[in-house]
Design a protein around this ligand. Structure first.
Ligand code: PEP
Ligand code: MN
Length: 332
């Protein structure tokens, strides 16, 4: 990134401080009584609106192609799906349900036992570490999800792992999820860019915020502006929790991007007994919604039992979610 100051401007200390605080490397030169600086590093952190407000700057040249389409430009995107809206200016959104769909009856029971839920989640194509683990019910699972959604009048979401299933997903779900393992599957992202369905884009296992936003840019650039980001923890040296929940990313995304952002404390922690606290913290950090693994039968689960909360716990948590929402002046 290159910044050219106006002729004769010599006082640029405040700018240099701003860039130093962002840990950028600064190279300064002068040409014909004009200061020119080159910035190297995570220049996506530089706020164009901030620079535009200074009369001493003549020109800003961005050499990096950043995520211009999903950048925050003073207004947040609120995505309307039937009678639900997800985004900064919408009600706090509750996405909940089992890790994997195992039968119509159990999904229906879980759904009806939750006091409030806006979107029912449930995996049908499960990307499992081991090829010997339960892989999900596939298309049959998507059909069950659709039936339960229709019966209980809820929106539904499920993860796609193969672009050839897109048509089926479009016919049966309201939001299509891209899992952490596919965040940088650019071919899939391009195809989803052609879809009319909103996409929930999970953060990659070790993706930086810039890489994540660029992945969202892929979808938007290809025609689908309705992307919801989902922070689900990243891999760090820490192994006591399944991942490390990056809550600062949530607050930062609010400054960098116009997209809605939700948090998944279940996959972030891997522990049902940490889900409650991380949910409440996520609201305080500015999340627009939460994704929780919930099941009526937490004992007999074929996947992610250790991080799944019971409907009873979920309903108790709802009362606390409401209180924290009130405290941070968020509609619930
Ligand atoms: C999921 O939500 O079912 C899932 C597999 O999560 P992640 O992609 O975040 O691991
Ligand atoms: Mn899971």
């Amino acid at each position: 990134m290159i910044i050219v100051f106006k002729k004769g401007v010599t006082e640029i200390e405040q700018f240099l401080m701003y860039f130093k605080n962002l840990s950028l490397d600064i190279f300064q030169t002068e040409l014909d009584n004009q200061i020119i600086i080159k910035l190297v590093g995570n220049t996506f952190m530089v706020d164009d609106n901030f620079l535009a407000s200074f009369k001493d700057i003549e020109k800003v040249i961005r050499l990096d192609k950043t995520y211009d389409l999903v950048k925050y430009k003073g207004e947040y995107l609120n995505i309307k799906i039937k009678d639900i809206s997800i985004g900064n200016d919408s009600k706090f959104c509750l996405i909940a349900g089992p890790c994997a769909i195992d039968s119509y009856d159990s999904l229906l029971e879980t759904t009806t036992n939750m006091n409030r839920v806006d979107v029912i989640r449930g995996g049908a194509f499960k990307p499992r570490k081991s090829p010997y683990s339960f892989q999900g019910l596939g298309l049959e699972g998507i059909k069950i999800l659709n039936q339960v959604g229709k019966k209980t009048n809820h929106l539904v979401i499920s993860e796609i792992i193969n672009e050839s299933d897109l048509k089926y997903f479009e016919e049966n779900v309201d939001i299509i999820q891209v899992g952490a393992r596919n965040m940088d599957n650019y071919q899939l992202l391009k195809v989803l860019g052609k879809s009319s369905k909103p996409i929930l884009l999970k953060r990659g296992l070790s993706a930086s915020i810039e890489e994540w936003l660029l992945a969202a840019e892929y979808i938007v650039k290809n025609g689908n502006k309705n992307v919801i980001l989902c922070e689900r923890g990243i891999r760090t040296f820490e192994t006591s929790t399944r991942n490390t929940l990056d809550l600062s990313a949530v607050s930062l995304i609010k400054k960098l991007s116009n997209l809605p952002i939700v948090v998944d404390p279940s996959h972030a922690t891997g522990r049902y007994d940490l889900v409650e606290q991380m949910t409440l913290a996520a609201i305080a950090a500015g999340a627009d919604g939460i994704v929780l693994e919930v099941s009526q039968d937490v004992e007999g689960l074929k996947s992610d039992g250790s991080q799944t909360i019971s409907c009873k716990r979920y309903n108790n948590l709802l009362t606390k979610i409401k209180k924290v929402c009130e405290a941070v002046e968020r509609d619930f």
